[in-house]
Design a binder for this molecule. Structure first.
Ligand code: CP
Ligand code: NVA
Length: 314
């Protein structure tokens, strides 16, 4: 594993397989009431510039279950609010904790933090990507289908951070990724190009119907991501016709599942009937954040420790 998880592209196929296997083992062990204290004595700092329910709670509980200590650092309660430099914060936190997870508005903030940190840094959502979400999504798809390779994934909605990670992961997962967005909300062409350069099959569909026809997995997300609230009205108009409802789901393959990273805006990007219906995999998807992130923490910290141990030995 690389030291940091800033992008889904930081993972090789071998890393992904390892994470999926470890997450499955941790999930099964937890179901039997067994939580090995693999990270006893370690701490994880979690910096949040934006709100969170799942990411915060799953990392916090994950660290606790692994015997470690999570620290929730709301940006406004730290000296970051008063202008302390990201680089200085990274240098100092690295002297205290074993790893740092950051949720930031700008991806550049997370990259800068990682440049100056000397411990593993995990992207807990930026304007560019949500790699931890994608890992939980891949795990959930594998639970349902036993594989991702050869499946068709349809993204319908905003070409946002989660969509970017899905596109970038296409080569890694072997899923064909079809993206349907209003023209003004298409994913960055550089992301699509990079996804293709990484071996992904990415199709830019003209309509939600075209994307979903025969798909195995339907993805959507809010039309109004954190930081875009001032555009809410314009976005709601632009996304008319992009709501995942029973009519659209009926176009997918038999046995197709519906995914949403949550929080959902019921009645906007997805109907109650779909979110609460038999095709919905969203509650497992949310739960799997916990198991997969525990695997991420264990693997990043053990790889990193191995490196530092080797460095210490010269
Ligand atoms: N899916 C996700 O990251 O949710 P939160 O914003 O609640 O963390
Ligand atoms: N696209 C959403 C994801 C929230 C987990 C946002 O950025 O707000």
């Amino acid at each position: 594993m690389k030291r940091n998880l800033l992008s889904i592209l930081d993972l090789s196929v071998t890393d992904l397989e390892r994470l999926m296997a470890d997450a499955a083992r941790l999930k099964a062990e937890r179901a039997e009431g067994c939580c090995p204290p693999l990270l006893a004595g370690r701490s994880l700092a979690m910096i949040f510039e934006k709100p969170s329910t799942r990411t915060r709670v799953s990392f916090e509980v994950g660290m606790f279950e692994l015997g470690g200590h999570p620290l929730y650092l709301n940006q406004s309660d730290t000296q970051l609010r008063r202008g302390e430099a990201i680089a200085d914060t990274a240098r100092v936190l690295s002297r205290y904790v074993s790893a740092v997870m950051i949720r930031a508005y700008s991806h550049r903030t997370i990259e800068e933090f990682a440049e100056y940190a000397t411990v593993p840094v995990i992207n807990g959502l930026s304007d560019r990507e949500h790699p931890c979400q994608l890992l939980a999504d891949i795990f959930t798809i594998r639970e349902r289908f036993g594989r991702t390779d050869g499946l068709i994934a349809a993204w319908v909605g905003d070409g946002n951070n989660v969509c970017n990670s899905l596109i970038l992961a296409a080569g890694l997962t072997g899923m064909e990724v079809r993206v349907a967005t209003p023209a003004a909300y298409a994913p960055d062409p550089a992301i699509v190009e990079r996804g293709r350069a990484e071996g992904g099959r990415i199709v830019c569909a003209k309509t939600p119907e075209e994307a979903i026809a025969g798909a195995d997995v339907i993805f959507t997300d809010t039309w109004v991501s954190m930081g875009t609230e001032s555009e809410e009205k314009a976005r709601q108009q632009a996304f008319a016709g992009y709501c995942i409802d029973d009519r659209l789901v009926a176009l997918a393959s038999d046995g197709a599942i519906v995914m949403h990273c949550l929080p959902a805006h019921r009645g906007e990007e997805i109907t109650d009937a779909v979110l609460d219906g038999p095709r919905s995999a969203v509650w497992d998807e949310a739960e799997n954040r916990l198991h997969v992130q525990k695997a991420v923490l264990v693997n990043l910290l053990s790889t990193f420790d191995e490196h530092s141990f080797q460095q210490m030995l010269g």
